[in-house]
Write a protein that binds this ligand. Structure first.
Ligand SMILES: Cc1ncc(COP(=O)(O)O)c(C=O)c1O
Length: 353
């Protein structure tokens, strides 16, 4: 099958910008370059409007959400402290050891899936004797990617943060998919970000901008974030081509509802696939997990899917991840579901060698 007809469901970073966003990018490329780190008018507008959307005093453009997360850890933590987060959070699994290497933090995950019991968090907030490191930073990921895009409601995060604050812990929200969480919970991004010191969002996922992320927080924190971003090499210039398409898309964040609908469409179409369990996707991530009695290697299964025209991501020991995003059509989802069913219907297909 030629690569032209591949249906790529590996990530929502494949999201397509709208025509208006591309025109804004083009127009920004034709404007004179602003020299300062926060001088470009599109960047300033993006930062002002992002701060408002997230209910914070100020916001700063970053090249990636990983860098925005790492900057937050540098701003909120101190070397030797514990960074507490959910199991399989991106800051632990996919930021190349940044919390330890950059901020000197000791990462620790709370057991219990994406939404552990409140008591399980509280037990870890309690300080021990002087032999123990103290917990300095809490990171919550909303939605939680590895569990299949699970949203965390604000009454849950609020309870945890209230206790964390009493223990002197600073709180960061990894909101790479915060817009998905807001749509899934019929909430507002600012409501979900309200209690956190800092919040990072991706511009290049559900929103559909070609590149970028934003870190928001108090005026004081963001002032210091500018220096930290520079230290990490993230002072993008010219920044107009990055910021302008995001500005054009920012008001349409709730369009990710369409991605959620398409994820449900895909999950429904895969529900009866023998030998597998499919999640009921709360947002835009579908996880197809092989039953325990089935011999299965996600890497091999993804190679097989590719021969049938579908790109997916191996996810852990027994699952494959499919992500929906702006630019996919219902026809592509149906075609992908047919191809996946066809490829994996025989128990020996995708099996471990
Ligand atoms: C939950 C979460 N946080 C952060 C990131 C990092 O985003 P970026 O690729 O912009 O560094 C991702 C990327 O997929 C993610 O899923």
């Amino acid at each position: 099958m030629s690569s032209v007809s591949l249906i790529d469901l590996r990530s929502d970073l494949l999201s397509q910008p709208t025509e208006a966003a591309l025109e804004a990018m083009y127009a920004a490329a034709r404007r004179p370059v602003a020299f300062g780190l926060r001088e470009d008018p599109a960047q300033r507008e993006l930062e002002r409007r992002s701060a408002t959307l997230l209910g914070k005093e100020d916001a700063l453009l970053f090249p990636t959400c990983s860098m925005a997360n790492e900057a937050a850890l540098l701003l909120l933590g101190h070397p030797g402290e514990v960074l507490l987060t959910q199991e399989f959070a991106h800051v632990i699994t996919s930021e190349a050891g940044g919390p330890a290497a950059l901020a000197g933090l000791l990462p620790k995950a709370v057991a219990g899936g994406p939404v552990p019991e409140i008591e399980d968090w509280l037990a870890l907030f309690e300080g021990g004797d002087e032999l123990k490191p103290t917990t300095g930073v809490l990171v919550l990921e909303n939605t939680h990617n590895r569990s299949g895009g699970t949203p965390l409601p604000s009454d849950y995060t609020r309870k945890i943060i209230t206790h964390a604050r009493k223990a002197g812990i600073r709180c960061h929200l990894d909101g790479a998919r915060l817009f998905n969480a807001a749509v899934a919970l019929e909430s507002e991004p600012a409501d979900l970000a309200q209690d956190f010191d800092t919040v990072a969002i991706s511009l290049n996922k559900g929103l559909g901008a070609p590149i970028g992320a934003v870190l928001a927080g108090s005026g004081e924190v963001i002032k210091e974030a500018l220096r930290v971003r520079q230290r990490l090499g993230g002072g993008i210039r010219p920044s107009g081509v990055v910021a302008a398409p995001a500005v054009a898309l920012l008001d349409s964040w709730s369009d990710v509802a369409e991605d959620h609908r398409r994820a449900s469409l895909l999950a429904d179409a895969l529900a009866a696939l023998p030998g597998f369990n499919v999640n009921r996707p709360p947002s835009n991530i579908v996880l197809l997990t092989a039953n325990a009695d089935r011999s299965f290697r996600p890497v091999d299964a993804c190679k097989l899917l590719q021969t049938q025209g579908v790109l997916a991501l191996p996810f852990g020991a027994r699952a494959i991840r499919f992500v929906t995003y702006r630019g996919l059509t219902d026809d592509q989802i149906h075609a992908a579901a047919d191809a996946i069913r066809e490829a994996l219907r025989e128990p020996t297909r995708g099996a471990a060698a």
